[in-house]
Ligand binder design. Sequence first.
Ligand code: NAD
Ligand code: DAU
Length: 343
Amino acid sequence: MRLLVTGGAGFIGTNFVRYMLRKYSDYEVVNFDKLTYAGNLENLKDLEGNPRHRFVRGDICDAAVVARLVGEGIDAIVNFAAETHVDRSIEDPIAFVITNVLGTQTLLAAAQKNKIKRYVQVSTDEVYGSLGELDFFRESTPLAPSSPYSASKAAADLLVQAHYFTYKLPVITTRCSNNYGPFQFPEKLLPLLISNAMNNLPLPIYGDGHYIRDWIYVEDHCRAIDLVLHQGKPGQTYNIGGCNERQNLEVARLVLTILHKPESLITFVKDRPGHDRRYAIDASKIQKELGWHPMTSFEEGLQKTIAWYQDNKKWVADIQQGEYRNYYQRMYTHRDETLLKHL
Ligand code: NAD
Ligand code: DAU
């Protein structure tokens, strides 16, 4: 199988590319990534020289390049490429609309023209919006995105569905909850908490910290995408979740406990506008139909993730020297200026 993986130099894409090359000794992966601030060739260093992995730098909105690549005997596409950070989407939504909507349409058009056997759209539970205390996101839950990020992902999901109904393109959509694990960019909650705690810096918690996310170890997500790619039904959507709801404050306390750091590092800062209160996934469809279930407990996954960040301090430090400094400065100028002194 020749797979086109887009966004394969980002967090989940990097983990997925490695997972697939490890699992299938006869698969080839074309890894297509624009290398935005979130893409990092360092993630792929140990794949250099692997004849089954080819990295191509480029933009999924570039129709000519996408058409050429897909035309080179690609069997299936897994689309991870996206602008992914909610706070950045609140600051400036345009790049989210361009990459997440136009980019997806560009890939779908090339897939259609080349009669691709499978197109997997890696989407998110955020398209469903926010939950009250008792409910769960099901595949039938109406889309109600709150942020520019989730609105752009929801728009992409609808385009994907339209290509199934209109052109019979064999598409499948996955909607996963919050991932954590190696190679996650330190703007997202867990790697930010880990790297700040490691350096005795404040752990910024938005609002009251009682917001709930359902955390899943990234390798469990990769396994689910692999199953969906090979055994999922065209036209279907599959929710993927860790069955692991935690309040943000609880997550911060767990990180501090594992690292033997004081709770006084927890710092409440101004809330995210339009902050979704709770996400929780009903993953019974993928469990029943494809036999998937998460295999890594939160405690085990967190230990592994913290160990990875301890072993890869330079990876984080290099990121923090770049564009990240400007981002952090912008974020905390309006959230909590006292955090700026840690730049
Ligand atoms: P990430 O931000 O770490 O990586 C995104 C990658 O896409 C980067 O390598 C970036 O360079 C690349 N990219 C961005 N714009 C591009 C473009 N125009 N053309 C080509 N490449 C481009 O993101 P992630 O956390 O790994 O998320 C991957 C996918 O999974 C996204 O589609 C996201 O919506 C989805 N998702 C993420 C989570 C999560 O918790 N991280 C959960 C559910 C779904
Ligand atoms: O649910 C899946 C989604 O999870 C993905 O689609 C997104 O790409 C991914 O970024 C993630 O979105 P969230 O907004 O849930 O993740 P984030 O890590 O930004 O925030 C997680 C929670 O922690 C959220 O309630 C906001 C809060 N938070 C976040 C940051 C960065 C803080 O309290 N402090 C912080 O500094």
